[in-house]
Design a binder for this molecule. Structure first.
Ligand SMILES: Nc1ncnc2c1ncn2[C@@H]1O[C@H](COP(=O)(O)OP(=O)(O)OP(=O)(O)O)[C@@H](O)[C@H]1O
Ligand SMILES: [Mg+2]
Ligand SMILES: [Zn+2]
Length: 206
């Protein structure tokens, strides 16, 4: 039950991400000016929206009408990257907790040399990035330092200090915050009224 709710109510656009305006507003501005960095680091406590925001950013970047702060929701990429979509070949999510070794990093590096299959960018979301080994990070260094035009990287982690400095300095770092209690409460009551759910209890500081 909780898994179904969790999947079902994951926000699909930046407007639905609560309490992280210091991240979502500059990202939306960068998207509308088409001035998006090639690598981002999303850090912050558990359950505050890092992975969700990485997926939204990927959807904004690869929308056929994009890059746009508000994905159209209708193109192939938007449909594939929607909550219940199939996923897109051009958005590659890597869980570094299980794939953070040097061989995985080399594999990623090789995949990054190929052009996107269909969409604008090949986007690598490296989740739990603190679990990438130092050999793994070193294997990624060159491509993160000098990525081909068609590549974007989004690292997400609870422990940004464990991302080696040489990689971290190449990223635009956005620290996410705990969602303020009153925002949680408003969302929660609104969600109950609409029979939706939006957040994980551990993202509230109470
Ligand atoms: N700021 C937020 N606004 C709206 N919903 C949120 C927010 N943060 C988390 N959620 C909800 O909580 C769930 C977990 O969020 P998400 O997986 O993005 O967290 P995370 O920061 O990546 O956590 P972790 O460090 O555990 O990986 C998602 O389903 C999302 O719907
Ligand atoms: Mg996450
Ligand atoms: Zn679209």
């Amino acid at each position: 039950m909780s898994t179904a709710l969790y999947r079902r109510y994951r926000p699909e656009s930046f407007a639905d991400v609560i309490g992280q305006e210091h991240v979502t507003e500059p990202l939306m501005a960068a998207l509308s000016k088409n001035r998006v960095n090639h690598a981002y680091l999303f850090s912050g406590p558990r359950g505050c929206g890092k992975t969700t925001s990485a997926r939204i950013l990927a959807r904004c970047l690869n929308c056929a009408e994009g890059p746009t702060p508000v994905p159209c929701g209708k193109c192939d990429s938007c449909v594939e990257l929607a909550r219940n979509g199939s996923g897109s070949l051009d958005v590659i999510e890597i869980d570094a907790a299980s794939h953070g070794g040097v061989d995985d990093a080399r594999d990623l590096r090789e995949r990054a040399t190929f052009a996107p299959v269909r969409d604008r960018y090949k986007i690598f979301i490296i989740d739990e990035a603190h679990m990438v080994t130092s050999a793994g990070f070193n294997a990624l260094l060159k491509i993160v330092e000098e990525p081909p035009e068609h590549i974007k990287f989004i690292f997400a982690t609870t422990e940004p200090d464990k991302v080696i400095g040489t990689i971290r300095s190449r990223t635009h770092h956005y620290p996410f915050r705990l969602v303020p209690r009153n925002r949680c409460w408003r969302t929660w009551t609104g969600s109950v009224r609409r029979k939706t759910f939006r957040w994980r209890p551990e993202s509230c500081p109470w």
